[in-house]
Design a protein around this ligand. Structure first.
Ligand code: MN
Length: 498
């Protein structure tokens, strides 16, 4: 599924013709060198493309409109090498619809003390030109990222690289299509929401299907295809019979193999990139999709349980944003389940009935078949594992009735102290920042859900920038969070985003 596109980012340098052709020649030369060196760092996840220096209203407007139309262009990086009168940028910026980064840099790192003269000053004046340009972008209230520093600084390159993933998230958001089986779980509030508004804000298309339409596709899967996939499972995962009959166990696993194949065919045929199930509405399906959903998530599909289309779309979004990221540690839907409140060892045990993505697994992955306490179906086969240690973010997109809010919590993933042999589901365990008490208090005050989209591979900054681009509120719960300030942030959000 994942299908990461070969996106490119345009590097547009601003100037004007006040200082003569020699200066403009140098401007173009410098920009080309910067683009080549940035591409050569190996840090940028997507290629930068040099564009001819922008010096007139006409060319600026034309270039931004070309960027809009180019399907492979995911954003534009601008830099004012000299002084570029910002009124010439107004019409182009007005018509530009994609992510924008303002790289506030200059070609030379150090002031050339011995040789500096007025020609040098005029040619290398981004401190001046970038302020003129920044003014007009601010005056026009255009959302953009500003990155400051010398272009050779690895910290600067990493920030550009990080923003590229955000930009891809913005572009890809409007390609997310969620297939829902049935509706939301009865009486549950936080998984509900305004799907029309979600399409207006994020571009998400969310469609429901009767469960038996997809169940039919599952029953069409051939015995041979099922057996091949079951063999793959048996090769790849540890089989934990735990006293069950070998043949009966395999039959249970085969049900999930059929669901994986049938669901995937259905999703591919109808071009969906995320799926939502409902344990209470399984129609002709023999088991709640467990192992099968875990495998689909691993392939890059978004997933939400109990009708939660918001988390399904967020998981898909974060999976496509992190697609191809070097040393990625994984992205999954998770659910806050139960606490450890022992002093000094506080944390939240994260799990779900079944559906946790194996990309976050640490160590061996096993298959178990166990009864489900909810619903009325066969004991479903599921993948069981524990998750990696390290830093991650948990995000929750909520609908406040008149608008959306994205809650982003930095969390520290840990190992639980002891094995949990009787718990037949995949788990993660984390302590929210700044600590269990403030973290959970802030989360609850913000109205955060129990379902989250979790990843090790994105930062709060990246997701917050995505929210800003989408025109929605983002609130951060991290090491700097104090409840008094946090409540003021929420109150300000009420005013600003009404
Ligand atoms: Mn749930």
């Amino acid at each position: 599924m994942i299908t990461k596109k070969d996106y490119k980012f345009w590097f547009c340098t601003g100037s004007q013709d006040l200082y003569g052709d020699e200066c403009l020649k140098n401007v173009a030369e410098h920009a080309k060198i910067i683009v080549d060196k940035l591409n050569a760092t190996g840090i940028l996840p997507y290629e930068l493309v040099w564009k001819p220096t922008l010096i007139t209203n006409e060319l600026i407007r034309k270039t931004f409109n070309e960027a809009n139309l180019d399907e492979n262009c995911a954003g534009v990086i601008t830099w004012m090498h000299t002084f570029s009168p910002a009124k010439s940028w107004i019409l182009g910026l007005q018509e530009y619809k994609k992510p924008l980064l303002h790289l506030h840099t200059q070609f030379n790192e150090e002031i050339p003390y011995d040789t500096i003269d007025m020609d040098f000053m005029n040619e290398n004046q981004s401190a001046h030109g970038d302020r003129e340009y920044g003014h007009i972008v601010s005056r026009m209230r255009i959302e953009r990222k500003v990155v400051v520093g010398h272009w050779s600084d690895p910290g600067v390159v990493k920030r550009i690289a990080g923003w590229m993933l955000t930009a891809v998230g913005v572009i890809e958001s409007s390609h997310i299509r969620v297939m829902r089986v049935a509706d939301n779980m009865r009486n549950v509030a936080v998984t509900e929401g305004d799907k029309v508004e979600a399409q207006i804000k994020f571009g998400w298309e969310i469609d429901a299907y009767p469960v038996n339409e997809i169940a039919e596709r599952v029953s069409d899967v051939s015995e041979a295809d099922i057996n091949t996939l079951v063999e793959e499972y048996y090769d790849k995962y540890e089989i934990l019979l735990e006293g069950r009959d070998e043949k009966e166990f395999r039959e249970h696993v085969a049900v999930q193999a059929a669901i994986e194949i049938g669901f995937e065919r259905f999703l591919e045929e109808k071009n969906y990139s995320a799926i939502v199930t409902h344990f209470g509405d399984l129609g002709a399906l023999k088991q709640l999709p467990g192992l099968s959903i875990q495998r689909l998530m691993e392939k890059g599909y978004g997933f939400g349980a109990e009708g939660d289309w918001k988390v399904a779309a967020m998981v898909r979004l974060m999976k496509i944003m992190t697609a191809g990221v070097k040393d990625a540690k994984g992205t999954s839907m998770l659910e806050d389940y139960t606490y450890n409140l022992v002093k000094g060892k506080e944390g939240i045990l994260e799990a779900h009935m079944l559906e946790i993505c194996p990309t976050i697994a640490d160590g061996p992955i096993s298959i178990k078949c166990c009864p489900l306490s909810m619903g009325d179906r066969e004991d479903p086969a599921r993948l069981v594992f524990t998750s990696k240690e390290g830093h991650g973010i948990a995000v929750s997109l909520i609908d406040l009735g008149n608008r959306f809010r994205l809650i982003i919590n930095d969390v520290e993933c840990k190992k639980v102290e002891k094995p949990m042999p009787k718990l037949p589901v995949a788990t993660a365990f984390w302590t929210p920042e700044p600590d269990m008490y403030v973290g959970a208090e802030a989360w609850i005050l913000a109205g955060g859900a129990h379902h989250t989209a979790f990843t090790y591979d994105l930062t709060a900054e990246q997701m917050g920038d995505w929210a800003s681009m989408m025109g929605i509120e983002a609130v951060y719960i991290d090491k700097d969070t104090k409840i008094r300030d946090f409540k003021r942030d929420l109150a300000l959000g009420e005013v600003f985003y009404r």
